[in-house]
Design a protein around this ligand. Sequence first.
Ligand code: ASP
Ligand code: MG
Length: 403
Amino acid sequence: MSLIVQKFGGSSVADAKRVMNVASIVTDTYSAGNDVVVVVSAQGDTTDELVAKATEINPKHSRREMDMLLSAGEQISISLLAMAIEKLGFPVVSLLGWQAGFSTTSTHTAARIKTVNTERLRTELDKKNIVIVAGFQGINKYDNITTLGRGGSDTSAVALAASLKADRCQIYTDVEGVYTADPRKVENTKKLNEITYDEMLELATLGAQVLNNRSVEMAKKYNVKLEVLSSLTRVPGTIVKEVATVEKMLVRGVTKDTDVARVSILALPDIPGIAFKIFSKLASKDINVDIILQSVGRDGTKDITFTVQKSHGELAKQLIKETFDIPDEKIIVDTNVAKISIVGAGMESHPGTAAKMFEALYEINVNIQMIATSEIKISVLIDVQDADKAVSAVHAAFIPSGK
Ligand code: ASP
Ligand code: MG
């Protein structure tokens, strides 16, 4: 007998019909002789709607009250799913985050899981109950409800699988697995049978929507084998694990991220310590810097360009302007940019991968503004208008079409 954790995202429980569908997946797993713990997100766009309601009443609401509000979305879906399972005649109990033992840090709306006390869960499993747990939430040391940040239910599921030492952690979604690019936008994409944690982490961070990146980080840390699969069609999905079997594929995925701003600071003095001062200032305000480019110094000056998340572009500019007393026109923020990346563990031992990517972009006449590489990824910054055709061209260059 196995212990299986199953997670269902908001679209999988969006309405009564979908909830009944999830109930049948869960009870089939239980009937096959497994212990089942289920994590669910709020139905459909519930969380977005709750955010809108809060903003309507008081845009300056406290983060504590926001957590009180947002956690209600998952409370609705766990109880409805439990009722659906009762209807099918199976023993079931639903639990909020705190009842399921989730202790988190105190940071409201962006809390991190500290521990999962599995006592109650074990008791319920011993009673042969199917256990439904509210994703995305926990409790802090002051007994206040916390949430884990948007998309946090994946992390709840992985944390449960790790603490219960589950045999499997299945993440059900509305696509059939992890694809080489977004199948709704790019032609000839392929579903991957397997992918490594490191590759998945890069893909999740670089804009693939299928898994939350923190959940992949945690899965890697605790060696939780993940399976990403569809709640709508019952076919095998994608397994995420430490080592993936070698499919003949240099590049596993091509991603697009448009949540980017490029900040350029012109004519800085070409002396030691400048980069240090700028980037430590940004770090002190939690502004995450991604790609960095510094020009060669000429006539005693140099330029520094870097990218940040879109909402941090103006913030970074103001901060640098005020701290270093730089005139306005010497700091340029461009939000019409996109980051296109390729990811694959195979490229580490494959010279020429970057050249092939750049050639694909050259052939469709797309200009590269910045480049960043790591062992298993290459990212380029380009004009946002070129983003979709760039993804298609790069995908075509690396992923052979046909079955
Ligand atoms: N309901 C939350 C959100 O929409 C958590 C989740 O879906 O994972 O962000
Ligand atoms: Mg959601």
